[in-house]
Every structure is written in structure tokens, then in C-alpha cells.
Design a protein around this ligand. Structure first.
Ligand code: CA2
Length: 163
């Protein structure tokens, strides 16, 4: 049997709808409008709508946040801890390959997270092959386009139900 590492839920976390935060890093606001051959035609609004609908059906509250600023993403991760967010799905965008600071924020709050990439970063330029997040993520999904977020959400729901 695997070691139980998750903390006990507080009284309000046990009764309120579980919350999942979806974080999108820099330039992902351009999704669906630029470079569709790499990132597809689905926009961030489309992704949020699909995630919210699935979350509603599952009785889970979905929140999305996109920023081009590393500091704002770090602030959002830190706030998530005090807000009782139970799970994070994150596409760190270009910060995937550069941001020790965003990694430290996720380690600091100890909220389990799944890393998502639209493109297959292992099949692209060498500088995209290393992620500062993969070794501390519950799992990583890459190369499946916008479907990656849906798969990540299903995995998050399974984990939340188990906790
Ligand atoms: O494949 C992914 O999801 C990435 O995280 C996307 C990042 C890239 O730096 C990573 O290596 C892989 C880039 C996000 C830029 O998004 C755009 C979307 C549409 C048009 C232009 C940029």
C-alpha cells in the first residue's frame, strides 16, 4: 500500500465544492489566434468553457487564470494555498524551461498539480526538452493539444474523489 501523504481536509473543505485551479503561462492568451499549426485552433475561452462544464457536472469549481507575468503566476499559486484549492493544472508556457521561482512556489504550497503542454515538447527544439516542473508534478501530459487539459481534469477528479 502506498504511503498516505495528503493532509486531512478542514471542515469547510469537506462540505464546500472542491476547487481546481487552471493556470496558463505567458503567450497562451494568443491560443487559437496565432501559430495554429503548433498550438491548434482552440482558444483559452473554449478551454475554460469545456473545463467549467465538466467541473459543474462533477460538482467541482473550476477557476482559470492566465498571465504573461511570472510574478502574477507565483502570486496566484501562493493565494491558492490560503483559498483551499485542492488541485492545480498548469501549462507554464515558456516558463516551463526557465522558472525556478514558479517551481519553488508550487513546491512551497504543496498543492498537487498536473503539467500540461499542448505541443509535444520532447519533439521540438532541445531547449524545450527540460521542464522545471515535471519531476515535482503528479504527472505530465504533452502533445495532445487542448485535449490534454480534459485528460488532466479527469485525472484530477479521480484524485480528489480518492482524497
Ligand atoms: O506546448 C505548450 O503548451 C507550451 O507550453 C507552449 C509554450 C512553449 O514555450 C512551451 O515550450 C510549450 C508557448 C506558449 C505560446 O503560446 C502561443 C499560442 C499561440 C500563438 C503563439 C504562442
Amino acid at each position: 500500500m502506498s504511503k498516505q501523504t495528503s493532509r486531512k481536509k478542514t471542515a469547510s473543505e469537506s462540505t464546500a465544492a472542491p476547487r481546481i485551479l487552471i493556470l496558463h503561462g505567458p503567450n497562451l492568451n494568443l491560443l487559437g489566434r496565432r501559430e495554429p499549426e503548433i498550438y491548434g485552433r482552440t482558444t483559452l475561452v473554449d478551454i475554460h468553457a469545456a473545463m467549467e462544464a465538466r467541473g459543474r457536472a462533477a460538482g467541482v469549481q473550476i477557476e482559470s487564470f492566465q498571465s504573461n507575468s511570472e510574478g502574477e503566476l507565483i502570486d496566484r499559486v501562493q493565494a491558492a494555498a490560503s483559498e483551499g484549492i485542492e488541485f492545480i493544472i498548469i501549462n507554464p508556457g515558456g516558463y516551463t524551461h526557465t522558472s525556478v521561482a514558479l517551481r519553488d512556489a508550487l513546491t512551497g504550497v504543496a498543492i498537487p498539480f498536473i503539467e500540461v503542454h499542448l505541443s509535444n515538447i520532447q519533439a521540438r527544439e532541445a531547449f524545450r526538452h527540460h521542464s522545471f516542473f515535471s519531476d515535482i508534478a503528479v504527472g505530465t501530459i504533452c502533445g495532445l493539444g487542448a485535449q490534454g487539459y480534459e485528460l488532466a481534469l479527469e485525472a484530477a477528479l479521480t484524485r480528489i474523489r480518492r482524497s
